[in-house]
Design a protein around this ligand. Structure first.
Ligand code: AP5
Ligand code: ZN
Length: 215
């Protein structure tokens, strides 16, 4: 099962990713998490990516495509995977089609821009795992601590209001075009296209996503 989660920054991709990966037993491939790991490790990629991410821009297509191709060649991806935050440009999507990566389903989580800023300001993350919470809508069991490890939760550097606005702009300019791209694919490359109302509560979004995917 190869699934893509598509949606604006803060639409709830990471939140729903954990439910889909658990339901299908497939790994999550989040290019955002991979880049944040590189930033934390201080690798040359991380140093370059941090500036771009903090400004709300996109890391170069060739770098991202290389990272993902390497990742999907790993044995744990043989039965499928969940893309979260990738592809997010036409070039990235076309590179996957050219590489013969046919997606079974594209799940678009739809949330209007107005709701996004509030979500981002309340977001807290466990950096090592990518697990995501919201202080009001999806709080951890213990304030400020990850449910699984008990380690500290942090705010992401790119969740400042100006950066979120820039990320939304970039989404509309460069990523939204993928809706038409995947809806218009034909033949073996054509995925099932599913659009979900992401303004509902986390549990309802989860129920809708899993039902649409046949679980
Ligand atoms: P990335 O990490 O992919 O960020 P993003 O796409 O901007 O999305 P987010 O992770 O911010 O949001 P999300 O949809 O996962 O929402 P979440 O579940 O956390 O990318 C970061 C940066 O890396 C990019 O800006 C770019 O620079 C670079 N990058 C990454 N991939 C790249 C690529 N392919 N090419 C080039 N550059 C790339 O939820 C958000 C909040 O809302 C949380 O607090 C959550 O608890 C809450 N919430 C979730 N669902 C609900 C709900 N139903 N109701 C209420 N609150 C909810
Ligand atoms: Zn995310």
């Amino acid at each position: 099962m190869k699934v893509l989660l598509l949606g604006a920054p803060g639409a709830g991709k990471g939140t729903q990713a954990q439910f889909i990966t658990a339901a299908f037993g497939i790994p999550q491939i989040s290019t955002g998490d991979m880049l944040r790991a590189a930033v934390k490790a201080g690798t040359p990629l991380g140093v370059e990516a941090k500036q771009i991410m903090d400004a709300g821009g996109l890391v170069r297509d060739d770098i991202i495509i290389g990272l993902v191709k390497e990742r999907i060649a790993q044995p744990d991806c043989a039965q499928g995977f969940l893309f979260d935050g990738f592809p997010r440009t036409l070039a990235q999507a076309e590179a996957m089609v050219a590489a013969g990566v046919d997606l079974d389903a594209v799940v678009e989580i739809d949330v209007p821009d107005a709701a996004i800023i509030e979500r981002m300001s309340g977001r807290r993350v466990h950096l090592a795992s990518g697990r995501t919470y919201h202080i009001a809508h999806n709080p951890p069991k213990v304030d400020g601590k990850d449910d699984v490890t008990g380690e500290d939760l942090v705010q992401r550097d790119d969740d400042k209001e100006e950066t979120v606005k820039k990320r939304l702009e970039v989404y509309h300019e460069q990523t939204e075009v993928l809706v038409g791209f995947y809806r218009n694919l034909t033949g073996a490359a054509a995925p099932q296209y599913i659009k979900i109302d992401g303004t509902q509560a986390v549990e309802q979004v989860k129920a809708d996503v899993l039902a649409a995917l046949g679980k």
